[in-house]
Design a binder for this molecule. Structure first.
Ligand code: TRP
Length: 447
């Protein structure tokens, strides 16, 4: 597409904000704590941090550079550079649609919790068992969660058709600082809860005895999921960066911000989990049980839970927007459709899958694929297979196929190479693909 005609974000700060808006979401606040809770707490955190630094950051820089070099969607970017590799882009678009489908369901839960916070009936009870019961009742309800998921899909759709700049940028700018502040306040509050220190120990003291090959795959998959990398979302977003936006500076800031939010979420959740006697391995329901328990003990409980779930809704919304945008940008550019039509098609398809994913936790519970519900299979397939695979191929491409000069130009537009360049290149060419390959091979039982 013509560069002049293509929409751009407003500059450095906006680039960080919108990319962080995509990265920061339910992955940090819902998925990370429940995986850490199921997989040994501190040990999971350490492996996660290593994955973010060693693989996540170089990959985000790689994806950004593909976006700024080509100014295309994920498929268009790969195709413009090397036709055969367009398949990586296609895989990314497919994964984006699949992630969006189950993400909308969880986002719907946060919207429902926000509504129940406003009426204060979420936090009326201090007994954790009542929160477990309330969660199960809601998720298994025949139509309520479906309605909320569809409302979320509609909200995403509306922002997408209002356009790149106006919609995405504004939404991200307001929310991020408030979210950080509220998380810090809540983390301090949780640590002061009686018995909270036990939880802190669980989260910060690594016990590697429970770590298996699968734990490592889960941590790496979660790192990609949380950073929004591995399926080209960041390629699409970087294609909107203004000329001169620093690729590695933006990637570093987004990575730090995203990781900070995940760690803070852990600091909010785990002390409270231990204080209230909740099972840390409760799975996807963990935060939905723990958060109401925290709020119910606070003065002005309704106020705190309303603010928090509102922020969570907004954080989820900036992420659903990015997932939707990847698919829409592809349909619009590659199928030569109007933006309106492309968005409508994306919304219809993912909305339908979201309905199925939601029902698979309720009235369609008996229908499973390899023992997993449709919801769980979407989550597993994307985070543990498609994302690491997409990341692996993206590394290979940027390290070995992408023109070296073009890559360097994206990182150093003024021609002066930074000292980190050789290390970064070595990571992308060797370290990242080798680690990813070994993890895959190990999980498939090949080594
Ligand atoms: N990173 C988001 C989160 O943590 C989810 C997300 C948005 C995503 N876009 C993505 C995950 C692209 C993978 C790929 O909630």
């Amino acid at each position: 597409m013509n560069e002049e005609k293509r929409a751009t974000f407003g500059g450095r700060i906006s680039a960080v904000l919108v990319a962080a808006g995509s990265a920061v979401g339910l992955g940090n606040i819902w998925r990370f704590p429940y995986l850490a809770g199921e997989n040994g707490g501190g040990a999971f955190l350490v492996i996660y941090l290593a994955a973010v630094l060693l693989i996540g950051l170089p990959l985000m820089i790689s994806e950004f550079s593909l976006g700024t070099a080509t100014r295309h969607n994920a498929v268009g970017a790969f195709r413009a550079l090397n036709k055969r590799w367009a398949v990586v882009g296609y895989m990314g678009i497919l994964s984006s649609a699949l992630i969006l489908s189950f993400y909308l369901v969880v986002a719907g839960w946060t919207a429902e919790y926000m509504v129940h916070s406003v009426t204060s009936d979420l936090v009326r009870n201090t007994d954790p068992a009542s929160h477990v019961a309330a969660f199960e009742q809601f998720v298994g309800h025949p139509w309520k969660p479906v309605i909320y998921a569809l409302l979320f899909s509609l909200a995403t759709h509306l922002i997408i058709v209002l356009g790149v700049q106006k919609g995405i940028e504004r939404a991200s700018k307001v929310m991020m600082p408030v979210l950080l502040l509220v998380l810090v306040v809540l983390a301090v509050n949780s640590m002061l809860m009686p018995g909270g220190m036990e939880g802190l120990k669980f989260f910060l003291n690594p016990d590697f005895s429970k770590v298996t090959a699968e734990t490592i795959l889960l941590a790496v998959g979660q790192a990609f999921f949380s950073l929004s990398i591995g399926l080209g979302t960041m390629i699409t977003y970087a294609s909107y960066f203004k000329q001169g936006t620093s690729v590695q500076g933006t990637a570093l800031q987004v990575t730090l911000l995203d990781t900070f939010v995940a760690v803070m979420a852990g600091l909010v959740i785990f002390p409270a989990v231990f204080s209230a006697g909740i099972e840390p391995g409760s799975g996807p329901s963990l935060v939905f049980i723990t958060l109401p328990s925290i709020f119910s003990t606070l003065p002005m409980s309704g106020f705190w839970s309303t603010i928090f779930f509102l922020l969570l809704v907004l954080a989820a919304l900036t992420s659903t927007i990015s997932l939707h945008e990847s698919v829409t940008a592809y349909v619009e550019e590659e199928w030569k459709m109007s933006r309106q039509k492309a968005a409508r098609l994306t919304t219809l398809l993912t909305g339908l899958l979201a309905v199925m994913a939601s029902l698979s936790l309720g009235i369609w519970k008996e229908y499973t694929i390899c023992g997993l519900t449709f919801f769980d299979s979407l989550d597993y397939l994307t985070a543990n297979i498609l994302l690491p695979l997409g990341a692996f191929l993206t590394c290979l491409f940027v390290g070995w196929k992408f023109d070296r000069t073009l890559f360097a130009q994206q990182l150093y537009p003024n021609g002066i190479m930074g000292r980190e360049y050789p290390i970064l290149r070595f990571m992308i060419r060797y370290i990242c693909p080798i680690i990813l390959f070994v993890i895959f091979a190990d999980n498939l039982g090949l080594i």
